[in-house]
Design a protein around this ligand. Structure first.
Ligand code: FES
Length: 201
């Protein structure tokens, strides 16, 4: 059928008000989806990290020895993890951290803390070699060697992941099982700063 312009003129145009209404609904909907998915994303390892689920990070004993010798947590940039050594013979530590972390022997455990996301507002939390603490440059939250809160606006200690030693002696971190960091009052493995801080108070 020929288009003589008449048929086009009989089509009902989309009213400006209707268009604006749909646009508004679309915008609000997209915002709500984003708002809802945001917190979910925080529970999930970031896509760019490239590590998911259970990840073997190497021989557990070697990792513990290196961390102790270097006095530096093993940093795994993929996954945003820092691996530290803790003492499971401490009853306070066992009460605070329990069986969710790798235990090598009576006095040696490994723990994987989430050092890429400060519990305050999500900033990265670098290790400070001189103080032997984790110190967040964003707003000054500080955490001792074990990721326990020591000051600043963060509501708790560094979050962590469940971990274990497998049958081959490998230290395995379960990135699918994040654990909320200890309460501010936990301080089970008290460790004062051992030198100058890396950030201003
Ligand atoms: S994001 Fe770390 S103190 Fe605010």
């Amino acid at each position: 059928m020929a288009d003589d312009g008449k048929s086009r003129s009989t089509l009902k145009p989309v009213e400006r008000r209707t268009f604006l209404r749909y646009s508004l609904i679309g915008s609000v909907g997209a915002g709500l989806v984003g708002f809802g998915l945001g917190p979910l994303g925080m529970l999930w390892p970031r896509l760019g990290d490239g590590l998911f689920g259970e990840v073997a990070l190497g021989d557990a004993r070697d990792i513990a020895n290196n961390v102790l010798n270097d006095r530096t947590p093993l940093r795994i940039p993929d996954g945003g993890i820092s691996v530290l050594v803790w003492d499971p013979s401490s009853s306070a530590a066992m009460r605070a951290y329990g069986d969710d972390h790798a235990i090598l022997d009576d006095t040696t455990g490994l723990m994987a803390v989430n050092s890429q996301s400060c519990p305050h507002l999500g900033g990265g939390v670098p290790w400070c070699q001189s103080s032997q603490w984790f110190e967040c440059p964003c707003h000054g939250s500080r955490y001792n060697r074990y990721g326990e809160w020591q000051g600043g606006p963060a509501p708790r200690g560094l979050d962590r992941y469940s971990s274990f030693v497998d049958d081959d002696g490998q230290f395995v971190v379960d990135l699918g099982n994040p654990l909320t960091g200890p309460a501010r009052t936990a301080n089970a493995l008290e460790q004062p700063p051992e030198g100058p801080a890396c950030i201003d108070a």
